[in-house]
Structures are given as structure tokens and as C-alpha cells.
Design a protein around this ligand. Structure first.
Ligand SMILES: [Zn+2]
Length: 265
């Protein structure tokens, strides 16, 4: 009989799915262990002590038992149910977008405490300004940064020259801003206005709660969104592909040398 090991962690619930007759499969993000997928036995029974504790966008103190494939939720206590997000649909949908990106970028293999703190910082920001998209843009940029994928905002990614105001474009798959002279092969090019670049730099330099109130018109909002979502989608696609590739390697080549070929892929 294997020895069962129990551990405790603070976790943000990202989503859950029904499993079997009365169980739940819960996906959450934790400070210490990154993304965790766990089963919660009988959690859908009305008599369960876990009812209502494992809803998306709930901060919980979990007690988990390690399993061979999936960990199992032994206990859950709600630390914060983010009422400001639940009381307004615009805030709830923005919060669920954060959870979705956290699920996409979060790794089960490597913890990222910075990303965990960032998610809580942004959920608090959405609660303060439920109608604003600025917390989402902040999250997208900082999510890329904490994942080591921050787009270059200060010099041309190709020739490394400092950017001249008004004379630049953005390449989501080429790593950020380009001067007007450079057009690397295969780079997708997007227009990037000076004011969008200024807001991106502001989001990079300031904490969310310290950003002064900004007047963001429709055009600026659209350009910010298009620039950041293009980067996020590019890297999310890479992330999904690389994890699918690694899963494929694990299934087909259990021997050690697989790691080497994965590193060069
Ligand atoms: Zn250049």
C-alpha cells in the first residue's frame, strides 16, 4: 500500500467539471504548486461539506491528498469568495477571463508565485472597477512578464535601436516593438500608436492600484486590446503546442534522452 501524503495550500479555483455521479474535478492555481487538478469526492451531493467551496473564482484553503494521477480534496475552507466579482456580471465575466488565462499559462510542473499574486491583485482591481478593461490589459502584460515573455517596449526587437516616437510597429510573434526600418521575415506586423505604447509602458512600470485614472477612448481601448491579445494568443498557442508535444514525448519515449530532444525542439 502506498503511503498517502496530505498537504495544505491556498488556492484560487479556476474551474470545475462534474465527474462520475457526484464527484467534481477541480482545477485551481496555487502559490506553492502552480496549477493543480484534483478530484473532490461526492462534492456534488447536497450533504457534502464541500458544496459551494469549489466554485470558480473562490480563494480556498485546501487540504489535499496526493494521488497517483490526480490529487484529492480532503478539506476546503473559503478564504475569500470575491463578492465584488459575483455581484456584477461585467466583473464576473472579467474575473472568469483571468481564470481562463491562468489555466492556459499556468503549469502543473513549475510553480509561479508571482503569477499567483498577480491574479489576486488583478481580481481585487476588477472588484474596484468592475466596468474597466484596464485590469485585464494589466493582467495580460504582467502575465507575459511573469512567464518570461514580456514584449519589448523600449527598443526595436530586431536592430536594438531606441524607438523614435511615432515610428514603430508591433510584432506579436517577433517579441514586441519594431522600428520602421526593420521587418524580420515571418514577423506579423501590427500598427502601434504612440499613445498605445505609452499606456503599455505605464502598465509595465506601475502597480495596478497606483495607475492614475486614464482617459481611454474607444480607439485606444481597441488598439490596446488587439496588441495584447495578439501576444497572449501567440504564446498561448505555443504553450498549448509545447505541452501537447511534451505529452506526446512522455507517451511515446519514456527513456531519459527525450528531455534532450524536447529542449532543442
Ligand atoms: Zn529596427
Amino acid at each position: 500500500m502506498p503511503v498517502l501524503k496530505t498537504y495544505r495550500t491556498e488556492a484560487l479555483v479556476l474551474k470545475n467539471h462534474p465527474l462520475g455521479e457526484a464527484d467534481l474535478l477541480v482545477v485551481c492555481y496555487t502559490r506553492e504548486s502552480g496549477k493543480v487538478r484534483a478530484t473532490a469526492r461526492a462534492a456534488r451531493k447536497v450533504s457534502s461539506r464541500l458544496v459551494g467551496h469549489l466554485e470558480p473564482l473562490t480563494l480556498v484553503n485546501l487540504s489535499l491528498t496526493r494521488g497517483r494521477t490526480l490529487d484529492q480534496v480532503a478539506q476546503a475552507q473559503v478564504a475569500d469568495s470575491f463578492p465584488a466579482l459575483r455581484n456584477a456580471l461585467p466583473a464576473l465575466s472579467r474575473g472568469l477571463y483571468v481564470a481562463e488565462l491562468l489555466d492556459g499559462f499556468g503549469s502543473e510542473a513549475s510553480p509561479n508565485p508571482e503569477l499567483y499574486s498577480l491574479a489576486l491583485e488583478v481580481l481585487a482591481g476588477i472588484g474596484r472597477s468592475p466596468e474597466s478593461d484596464l485590469p485585464l490589459r494589466y493582467f495580460e502584460l504582467r502575465l507575459l512578464e511573469t512567464s518570461g515573455l514580456l514584449p519589448e517596449l523600449y527598443q526595436c526587437v530586431e536592430c536594438r535601436k531606441p524607438l523614435v516616437p511615432g515610428d514603430h510597429r508591433f510584432t506579436p510573434n517577433g517579441g514586441g516593438t519594431l522600428c520602421s526600418q526593420c521587418a524580420p521575415l515571418g514577423a506579423h506586423l501590427r500598427p502601434l500608436s504612440v499613445r498605445t505604447l505609452k499606456v503599455l509602458r505605464l502598465l509595465h512600470r506601475q502597480r495596478l492600484a497606483e495607475i492614475p485614472s486614464l482617459t481611454i477612448d474607444h480607439q485606444l481601448a481597441q488598439e490596446l486590446k488587439a496588441t495584447l491579445t495578439a501576444s497572449v494568443e501567440h504564446w498561448l498557442d505555443q504553450q498549448v503546442r509545447s505541452s501537447a508535444f511534451l505529452d506526446h514525448l512522455r507517451r511515446t519515449t519514456p527513456a531519459e534522452p527525450a528531455t534532450e530532444s524536447a529542449a532543442h525542439a
